[in-house]
Design a protein around this ligand. Sequence first.
Ligand code: ATP
Ligand code: MG
Length: 304
Amino acid sequence: MAPVLEVAGLVKHYGTHRALDGVSLQIEAGEIFALLGPNGAGKTTLIGAACGLVRKTSGTIKIFGLDLDQDPISPRYRIGLVPQEINFDPFFTVRESLRIQQGYFGQNPDDARIDELLAALSLTSKAEAQTRQLSGGMKRRLLIAKALVHRPKLVFLDEPTAGVDVELRRDLWTYVRKLKAEGTTVVLTTHYLEEAEELADRVGIIDQGQLLLLEEKHALMKRLGERTLTVRFTSRVAALPPGVEGVLAADQLSFSFTERTGTQTSAEVLSVLFAAKLPVADVSMQPAKLEDVLLRVLKGGPAS
Ligand SMILES: Nc1ncnc2c1ncn2[C@@H]1O[C@H](COP(=O)(O)OP(=O)(O)OP(=O)(O)O)[C@@H](O)[C@H]1O
Ligand SMILES: [Mg+2]
C-alpha cells in the first residue's frame, strides 16, 4: 500500500528565508506521527504544504499515492486539519459551523455525527452558542470537531491542545487513540512533549527546515533516553563497591546512576549494591523523557 503521506525533497522559501530545506518523509496508514521542533522550525509550513494551503517552492508531496501537483483537489476531501491559529466566523453557532463544514466537504447534513463529536469534545451544552461566545479552549475544541466532522482518513493536528485544560487534553488523547483504532492516520505537532510521548508511534524532529531525525518512539527513547536510578540508604555508606558506575551523594545517604546506551543497566548496578549488602532503604527509577531527548538532538547530540 502506498504511504498515506509521502514528502520528497520539499523546499519552501519565504523570500530569502528557507522555511523548509529539503524535507523527505513517509507516513504509513494508521500511525500517529509526532512532528517536533522549536518555534519557527517549519512544522506548520510542512502541514500547510500537505494541505494545499502553502505553495511549495520545490519537491513533491503525495497523499494517498496522489501527487498534489497532478491532483491538488481530491486528496483534500480525505484530510482533516486542526490549524494552529483559531479562525472561524464568529456569528455562526457551533452546530451551524459544523454543518457548514460538512457541506464544504460535499457531505449530507449528519447531525448524529455532529452530536457524537460535540459529546466527545464536551461541547454539547454549547451547540447553539455563537462561536464568538466560546472561551479560548472551547474554540480550540470546536476547531478539532471541524477537522473531524467529515471523517477524514488523514488528520493533521497542529498544536491541538495549546491553551486547552488538562481534562480535555486527556479526552483528546483518548479520542486520537480511537481514531487510530479506526485506521485514521494522525500527524501531530505539539510543544507538550508528554503528549507526543503518550501518543506517537514515530517521532520526527525538525529544526531550521531540516528533518534531523525520524525514528520509532520506543527505539528513540531506548537509544537516546536517559533513565535515572536513585537509591537511598538507611545509614551512611562510606564508599561504593568496586565496579559500580554512579555517584554517591556528599551526605553518603543516597546514590544515583544515569542509565544510557553503553552504560551498565540499572539492574546490574542494583545487583552489585545488594550483593555488597549495602543498607538499601528505598529504590526509585525516573523514566527517560522525550523532552530531554528532543533537547539533546536539537543541541547536536549523538543523533545528529
Ligand atoms: N507567511 C509567511 N511569510 C513569511 N515567513 C513565514 C510565513 N509563515 C512562516 N514563515 C516563517 O517560516 C518559518 C517556519 O514557520 P512555521 O510556522 O512553519 O514554524 P513552526 O515550526 O510551525 O513553529 P511554531 O512551533 O512556532 O508553530 C519561520 O521562520 C516563520 O517566520
Ligand atoms: Mg506552527
